[in-house]
Each structure stands twice: as structure tokens, then as C-alpha cells.
Design a protein around this ligand. Sequence first.
Ligand SMILES: CCCCC/C=C\C/C=C\CC/C=C/CC(=O)SCCNC(=O)CCNC(=O)[C@H](O)C(C)(C)COP(=O)(O)OP(=O)(O)OC[C@H]1O[C@@H](n2cnc3c(N)ncnc32)[C@H](O)[C@@H]1OP(=O)(O)O
Length: 286
Amino acid sequence: MIRNSINLLTKKLISSTSCQRTRMRCFSSGATNLVDVNVNDKTGIAVVTLNRPPVNSLNLELLTDLSKTLDELESNRSKGMILTSSSKTVFSAGLDILEMYNPEPERSKAFWTALQDVWLKLYGSPYPTAAAINGHSPAGGCLLAICCEYRVMVNDFTIGLNETRLGISAPSFFISSFRNVLSTREAEKALTLGTMFSSDEALKVGLVDEIATDKADSINKCENFLLEFKKVSSMARAFTKQSLRKKDLEELENNREQDLQLFLFAINQPIVQKGLGAYIQSLKKK
Ligand SMILES: CCCCC/C=C\C/C=C\CC/C=C/CC(=O)SCCNC(=O)CCNC(=O)[C@H](O)C(C)(C)COP(=O)(O)OP(=O)(O)OC[C@H]1O[C@@H](n2cnc3c(N)ncnc32)[C@H](O)[C@@H]1OP(=O)(O)O
């Protein structure tokens, strides 16, 4: 994938004049509409909205749609992407727990592979990315946000990698993208404690870059960030980003099968199944 991106950058260099004339308007990511995409005609920035009520939990279908959307943005040479949610209170509740409970072997494999795909594409995207976090963002929800280069969070919500609170460790690619945002010290403290930060705390520690009053404000602030790149060569920008993230990306690319087997092993442990069952019940009883 990194090689593909570098090839793409080279192609861009050769055809940079024609690229600038190419402007995609809008595209759909499929019949299901779990992901809405809206491209601003003037700026070329795409607002990508997660749309799987009630809480945008990341199941196989949502991850597959998101993965396709990221492919389309890349092949359309997007000017930038803002990731947000259609919910009023939840950005994403993270991985869909039902994908891990009583797992069906082929589906769990496809599910984890789709998550790996999304992470590789989002974390390593050549176009600039920002997250307009307009609701709670635990675990896998936080993962999507930290893959982006900039985060604007609406007040009064929570964000964090809380896996240890659920009795598990965050997978290694979750940890590497978290450490790309926070200092190793802050990341270690937050990951081991499973801290969920309030919007203000997240700002203080550097997990988010700005606070917004509402969704529109968060999108506006993300857009302002992305527009700053008008002054910068898109190739130089993308190359720099991918160089900084190269080690993390290669770590997963070179160990995808091992990472998948670890996930399958973990979710198939009876003690984990018991924990997942109890957790699902606790969410339902709320
Ligand atoms: C427990 C042990 C886990 C062991 C796992 C083992 C191995 C796996 C190995 C590696 C993978 C590890 C990686 C994990 C990363 C993850 O992302 S795990 C998911 C973590 N997410 C959460 O813990 C969030 C849980 N949800 C909430 O806290 C709240 O729902 C919310 C997001 C704050 C929103 O609250 P709100 O009040 O608005 O909504 P409700 O709570 O009423 O929820 C509505 C509805 O949605 C269901 N639901 C919520 N979250 C999830 C979810 N993540 N997956 C599936 N379904 C979810 C909830 O049950 C309600 O359903 P309903 O009652 O049927 O309407």
C-alpha cells in the first residue's frame, strides 16, 4: 500500500496540471448508505458521514463501505476529508460487539480484515484528513479519529481507548496511532488506565486540537485546517505524512495475518465470550 501511494504520488507529479482540473462532485459508497459522502464543489473537500444508527458501531458492512469510500477518495485525488457522524450524540461506539460475540469464523475474519484495511487506508491516506467528533468516541471510534491528522471535538462528550476497562488490551495498531498523537508517557497512562477523556481534558492532553460548540462549528474548523494546505504542495505534504507514519503502517502490513490470528484467538476464548455477553447485557440494561 505504501508502494502504491508512492507510485500514485509519482503519477501525480507527472500529471499535476490535469489533476487540478479533475473535480469529483459527489459519489455514493453503495446501496446501503452506511456512509454518506458530500464533496464541496468549491474546495474539493469531502465530508464523510458515518450513518449506522443508533451508535455507528463498526460492523463488517460499515467498515466495508468506509473502506470503499476511502478508495474512491484516493482515486479521485481528494483535496481532503472530514469524517463525522449522523448521530447527535455519538461519533462512533467503536467496534460492533456483536461481531465478536458467538463469532462465525468466516465473518470474523472478514470483519477484522476490513478493520485493518480501513486503518491502513485512513492512517496512510495521501489526502489530508480531519475528524469532526460530534459525539462520544470510545475505543474503535477514537481509533478512526486518531487516524486523522486533526481533530475538532464538540463539547460535553468523551473520547479514549478504554479497552483495558473492558478487560482487553488495545490491538497494536490502535496503540501506534494513539502514540502518534500523544506523548509516549500520556499514551501509556491513558491506555493502561483505559481513560475516557472529556472534550476539555482531551484538548488539554492534545488528543484533540480544538473544541467546537456544535457539529457545524466542528466541520467549519476542520475545513479551515484542511484549507491551510492550499499553500502547500500536495505531493510534498502526502510524502511527509506517509514518511512519518511509515513504520506504523509497515508494522501492520507486514504482520496482518499474525494480527488477525491474535484477534481470532482472543475472541474465541470462553472467558472473553463470557465477558462480551455480560457487557452486551450491561449496555442493554442501561
Ligand atoms: C468485554 C470484553 C471485551 C473482550 C473483547 C475481546 C477480544 C477482542 C480482541 C480484540 C479487539 C479489541 C478491540 C476493541 C475495540 C472496540 O471498539 S470494542 C467496543 C468498545 N465500545 C464501547 O465500549 C462502547 C459501548 N457503548 C457505549 O458506551 C454507549 O453505547 C455510547 C456509545 C456512549 C452511547 O450511549 P447511548 O446512551 O447513546 O446509547 P446506548 O448505550 O443506549 O446504546 C444504544 C444501542 O446500541 C448498542 N450498542 C452500543 N455500543 C455498541 C457497540 N460497541 N457494539 C454493538 N452495540 C452497541 C446498545 O447495546 C444499545 O442497543 P439496544 O439496547 O439494543 O438498543
